[in-house]
Ligand binder design. Structure first.
Ligand SMILES: [Mn+2]
Length: 233
C-alpha cells in the first residue's frame, strides 16, 4: 500500500497558521487579500519555511496579480497606484511549489489536478466567462485529487444566508472523473468534510472538503485538513 499524508488549507488571506506536517501541502487559494506584491512575497516566505516535501498551490479570486491575462484590467481597479511585476511574482511562486492553473502534477504515482477558476462573482480574478460546462472538460482523467478554489454545487457551498453557490457543472464533472478527494475553499462558511450522497459504490465515494481556514468574518477558525491518500502498489 502506497500512502501520502496530504495537508490541505484554503483562504488564509495573508494570515499564517501552523500546519501539521505531512508529505504534501495543498493551498486552495486566497492566500492574499488584494494580491499586493508584499502579500505574495510573505506567502512565498511562509511556504518556503514549511517542511513538506511537496507543495501544491492553486490561486484564488483575491490573488489578482497572478491572473496574468486579466491583470491589466484588474490593476486599474485594485492597484492603480502600484507598479507590480506579475510575471516575476508568478515565477517566484512557481519556484517554491507546483502552481496549478488548469494543470496537473503527479507525485509518487498520485495525480493532482488544480484550477483557480470560479463562476463569475463581482469581477475578481480567475473567473470563468460563459458556461462552465465546457470549462471543466479540461479536468484530466485519472486525477486522484482535484483542487479548485471554488466549491462544487451541494458540497460545502452554502453561504451564510443559506444560498448554494457551488458550480453544478463542476460537481458533475468531478463525479465523472471520480477522484478520491476534491478539496476547495472560496466560501468560508462552507467549511467542512462532506461525503458524497447516493454513492452507489460506497468504497468509491468521493470526499469533498471545504478547507477554508477563516470564517465569514475573516477570523481564523479552522485547522488545516489532513487526508491520507492511499493506493495499492
Ligand atoms: Mn476567500
Amino acid at each position: 500500500m502506497k500512502q501520502l499524508k496530504v495537508v490541505c488549507l484554503s483562504d488564509t488571506h495573508s494570515k499564517f497558521v501552523d500546519v501539521q506536517h505531512g508529505d504534501v501541502l495543498i493551498h486552495c487559494g486566497d492566500f492574499t487579500n488584494w494580491g499586493h506584491d508584499y502579500e505574495i512575497k510573505d506567502f512565498i516566505s511562509w511556504l518556503k519555511a514549511q517542511p513538506h516535501k511537496h507543495k501544491i498551490v492553486v490561486p484564488g479570486n483575491h490573488d489578482i496579480t497572478l491572473d496574468i491575462e486579466k491583470y491589466p484590467q484588474l490593476k486599474n481597479k485594485f492597484h492603480r497606484y502600484s507598479n507590480y511585476n506579475p510575471e516575476k511574482l508568478l515565477q517566484d511562486l512557481k519556484e517554491c511549489c507546483h502552481l496549478l492553473i488548469n494543470s496537473s502534477v503527479t507525485i509518487e504515482g498520485f495525480k493532482f489536478w488544480g484550477s483557480p477558476y470560479t463562476l463569475e462573482y463581482c469581477d475578481w480574478a480567475f473567473q470563468i466567462t460563459g458556461s462552465s460546462q465546457q470549462f471543466w472538460e479540461q479536468i484530466e482523467e485519472g486525477s486522484d485529487v482535484i483542487i479548485t478554489h471554488g466549491p462544487p454545487y451541494y458540497y460545502g457551498d452554502k453561504t451564510y444566508n443559506g444560498l448554494r453557490v457551488g458550480d453544478k457543472y463542476l460537481v458533475e464533472k468531478v463525479q465523472k472523473i471520480r477522484p478520491k478527494i476534491h478539496v476547495f475553499g472560496g466560501i468560508h462558511e462552507g467549511f467542512g468534510v462532506y461525503e458524497e450522497d447516493g454513492g452507489y459504490l460506497v468504497d468509491n465515494s468521493i470526499t469533498f472538503v471545504n478547507c477554508s481556514i477563516m470564517d465569514n468574518q475573516f477570523k481564523i477558525q479552522n485547522k488545516p485538513y489532513v487526508y491520507y491518500l492511499q493506493k495499492d502498489e
